[in-house]
Design a protein around this ligand. Structure first.
Ligand SMILES: C[S@@+](CC[C@H](N)C(=O)[O-])C[C@H]1O[C@@H](n2cnc3c(N)ncnc32)[C@H](O)[C@@H]1O
Length: 247
């Protein structure tokens, strides 16, 4: 699956049922999330993650924070309760439009549409903390790897990188694998653009050893890897890393 495919799927999901696409509670399909309840879930998640980070790195302070795969800003708004400035990036335009509409801190929270496979819109060493929860899991693994390397690049020396990622993916993701790959790509592309077929959310994963190999090979040190219960039945972990101060 390509970056183009990911973007198309998420734009469709965001137009159909954006809050459910972000948080797939079966009772909330058909635009049934109550907005304040929806954003409260984000605050709870962020509060727990910030406690977990400060237990591992007591006294850590962050002014500039990146929320990667911010969706409609559910977690970004929660991060703004703890940190001075927060930038949210997302691949889907309709998600960013909604995030801007729900932005309670327009003077210090900014949302960016980023259709690229990297984070070139930010300079090196820019953020104190990179944060990403339930977003990398929807990105094809080769692209996840590129974003992880970018996390290290845009993090300042001695800054922190915190994200969640499953270590095992459901087998259903691979059900088309026996078709010739080029034919599959063409058919999927045609279905997505030419029909009203419901866009399918896919789940992806990377083994813990692979994740740590990529990040440590690019100058970050692993501080903590813990089970993280955010991706249904899938075995999922949170990762906390610190960028080396000598890069
Ligand atoms: C399940 S939602 C989670 C949103 C947010 N992290 C939250 O928990 O509220 C996943 C988000 O990742 C975004 N996304 C998918 N691929 C992306 C990419 N390559 N770059 C940035 N965002 C991406 C989707 O558009 C979607 O908004």
């Amino acid at each position: 699956m390509s970056l183009w495919h990911t973007k198309t799927v998420w734009e469709k999901l965001a137009r159909q049922d954006p809050y459910w696409a972000v948080l797939t509670d079966p009772d909330k399909t058909g635009n049934r999330w109550e907005i304040s309840e929806f954003f409260a879930t984000g605050q709870t998640t962020v509060d727990q993650d910030v406690i977990s980070i400060s237990q591992t790195v007591p006294g850590f302070r962050a002014d500039r924070v990146l929320d990667f795969g911010c969706g409609v800003g559910r977690l970004t708004q929660g991060l703004a309760q703890h940190f001075q400035t927060v930038d949210g990036v997302d691949i889907a335009g309709p998600m960013i439009d909604l995030a801007r509409r729900h932005n309670r801190y327009p003077e210090r929270v900014n949302y960016h549409l980023n259709p690229a496979g990297d984070l070139r819109l930010f300079p090196d060493d820019h953020f104190d903390l990179i944060y990403s929860v339930i977003s990398l899991q929807h990105i094809p693994p080769p692209l996840i790897k590129g974003y992880l390397i970018e996390f290290v690049r845009v993090c300042r020396p001695a800054g922190l990188i915190f994200f969640q990622l499953p270590a095992t993916a459901p087998p259903s993701n691979f059900r088309f694998s026996w078709y010739p790959p080029t034919l599959v790509k063409r058919v999927k592309r045609w279905l997505l653009t030419k029909t009203t077929i419901k866009a399918e959310m896919t789940m992806n994963s990377l083994k813990t050893s692979e994740v740590l190999g990529i990040l440590e090979g690019n100058g970050a040190k692993s501080l903590k890897v813990s089970p993280y219960y955010a991706a249904g039945d899938l075995e999922s972990f949170s990762y906390l890393l610190q960028k080396g101060s000598g890069r």
